[in-house]
Each structure stands twice: as C-alpha cells, then as structure tokens.
Design a protein around this ligand. Structure first.
Ligand SMILES: Nc1ncnc2c1ncn2[C@@H]1O[C@H](COP(=O)(O)OP(=O)(O)OP(=O)(O)O)[C@@H](O)[C@H]1O
Ligand SMILES: O=P(O)(O)OC[C@H]1O[C@H](OP(=O)(O)OP(=O)(O)O)[C@H](O)[C@@H]1O
Ligand SMILES: [Mg+2]
Length: 281
C-alpha cells in the first residue's frame, strides 16, 4: 500500500487535498482525521504538519508527501522533489526596516530572525556572509525587529502585504522561488508512485490547457496548425465539404483568446473551446 503525507493545516492543506481529489483519490471532507484509507486505490493518507512531512518521507516511514519546496530544503533530509504542483507559489526573501539594508553582505555580524533556519544558514554560508546569530522563531517573524530580537528577517513573501504593514522591505536577490511539491525519498521507486505522478501530471495539464476545435479552409491548415501546435501535433479531420477541414488541438488556457482572435483573422470559423476534466499525457 502507498503511504502519502498530506498537509493538515496552513496554506498548502486545502489545495493539496483538492488536487488529490481531482486525481481520483479519496480525501477527508471536513473531518479532522489523522489517517484516511482509500482502499479502492490502495493508498493510505496521513494528515501531518507540512514542516514535518519532509522528515517522515526522508526517514522512509512514508513513501511520498506534499509540502513546500522551502520546507523541503529547510528540513535537510534525504528526500527530493518529484513533481512541482503549481499552487502555493511564494518567494523566500530577506527583509529589513525600510531603507536600512541594500544587500545581503550587510547581514554580516547582524541578527536574522526566521522560521527556516536550516535554509537561511546554508544560504548565508554559500554567500560567505557570517551573521551574528540566526534567531529561530515559529511565526509572525515580521514583528521580531520591532521587538528587538533581530535586525533583519528571512521569510515567505507572497503579496508583500505583511512586510509592508510591518514597515519593512525586501533586499538582496530572492533566496528561493517556492511552490507546493510532491516529494519522495531519494532512490525510492514504486509502481504506485509512478501512478500518482501520472495522475497529478494529468491534473496539472487539465488545469493548464483547453481543447480547441475549429474549421479552416484546407490550404490554411499549415498556418492554422502553427498557431495551435498542441502537445504533439493537432488532429486534422476531413469535413463533408472537401475544401474545409476540422482541427482539434490543446491550447494553453491563458492564451485562449489571443489564439482564437488569430485563428479568426486567418479565416478559421466555428472556433469552440472546451475544458479538459482529466487526461493522461
Ligand atoms: N502566504 C503564505 N504564507 C505562508 N506560507 C505560504 C504562503 N503562501 C505559500 N506558502 C507556503 O506554505 C508553506 C508553509 O505552510 P505552513 O502550513 O507551515 O505555514 P502557514 O501556511 O503559514 O500556516 P500557519 O502559519 O497557519 O501554520 C510553505 O511552503 C510556504 O512557502
Ligand atoms: O506576503 P504576504 O501575502 O503578506 O504573505 C506572507 C506572510 O504570510 C505568512 O504568515 P502567516 O499568516 O502564515 O503567519 P505566520 O508568520 O505566523 O506563520 C508568512 O509567514 C508571511 O508572514
Ligand atoms: Mg505561517
């Protein structure tokens, strides 16, 4: 049986469960279950704190899990990223009181507060910067400078609103671009993991693409196909009117309107767009 760790709380939890549901797995509804069996898929789900998920997967107690890339790196365990999942995107950045810091070098000899001490320690060591101390806090890190326990912070930044409200601003290059990821133990292969990855990839593709159908005059099919190349190649079918063909192709969702406009300008007609519910690529 495949044993999968799923975030039980926080920013990752809801989106992780709905992605697994879309991939055909059973998920808890509103319950507070710690463990849930999905006998139909031969999978057992363990609902855990996202920060702890890398530890369980790294130790091999659980086969795979969903967590944040930042949390995986911070945990410093024998687990690796198997698939980026396209939600809970954020950056991980240094910040300080507005106007006080311009570059990471200025952290030399200063105190840095963070909930991600492993990640920050490694990053600063790689940059050759020696802070006076890394102050490990559980959350609300933005308050630490005002309260006098640190000079600067390193934290998750999504909209930047929390930093702004605390009178702080980011400095230096982003330490990391993070998002939710599926993780597994290095070198651990199992057919059920392959199936999970294929299913999740199917959800990602279904979310990212639409299906586009249109009719176009035969002599324009090459030009039209260039606008809608699809993943491999568009399907071209004959129509009763032999001067025209029907074309079907997958198109990135965010390009839908631009592609429809360009197809129409080219002379394509009956352009129809439908969403994809599931797929295997
Ligand atoms: N706005 C955000 N705030 C915090 N974490 C975020 C945000 N957006 C995405 N994430 C990601 O969520 C993960 C942190 O989840 P975690 O559940 O530990 O903290 P949380 O969402 O801040 O919840 P809480 O602080 O309520 O426990 C990280 O991978 C982080 O990059
Ligand atoms: O850039 P923003 O959109 O403002 O989001 C980032 C903030 O959100 C998270 O805090 P959270 O609400 O989880 O509280 P915590 O710091 O106590 O974990 C994170 O730690 C940042 O403080
Ligand atoms: Mg938080």
């Amino acid at each position: 049986m495949l044993r999968v760790a799923v975030p039980n709380k926080g920013s990752l939890s809801e989106a992780a469960s709905s992605m697994l549901s879309e991939a055909g797995y059973r998920q808890r509804r509103e319950g507070r279950e710690l463990v849930m069996l999905d006998p139909e898929n031969d999978v057992e789900f363990f609902f855990l704190r996202p920060r702890d998920i890398a530890v369980y997967v790294g130790q091999g107690t659980l086969d795979v899990g969903i967590t944040g890339r930042d949390l995986l790196i911070d945990a410093e365990v024998e687990a690796e990223e198997l698939l980026p999942l396209g939600f809970a995107a954020s950056t991980f950045r240094f910040a300080g009181p507005a106007g006080e810091f311009a570059s990471v070098d200025q952290l030399e000899g200063r105190r840095v507060a963070t909930s991600y001490d492993g990640l920050v320690r490694t990053y600063l060591a790689d940059q050759g910067v020696k802070p006076a101390r890394i102050v490990r806090l559980d959350g609300a890190v933005e308050s630490s400078v005002r309260l006098g326990v640190a000079d600067a912070i390193a934290d998750v930044v999504e909209t930047g609103n929390t930093l702004k409200a605390a009178g702080m601003e980011v400095f230096g290059d982003p330490i990391l671009q993070s998002e939710a990821v599926l993780i597994g133990r290095k070198g651990h292969v199992m057919p059920a993991i392959e199936v999970l990855i294929r299913r999740l990839t199917g959800v990602l593709v279904a979310r990212k693409y639409v299906l586009m159908d249109y009719d176009v005059r035969k002599e324009l099919v090459e030009q039209a196909s260039a606008l809608t190349p699809g993943l491999e190649s568009p399907t071209v079918s004959p129509l009763r009117d032999s001067e025209w063909v029907a074309v079907r192709s997958m198109v990135p969702k965010r390009e839908t309107n631009r592609v429809m406009d360009e197809l129409y300008d080219l002379g394509a007609r009956a352009i129809l767009v439908s969403s994809i519910h599931a797929c295997r690529i």
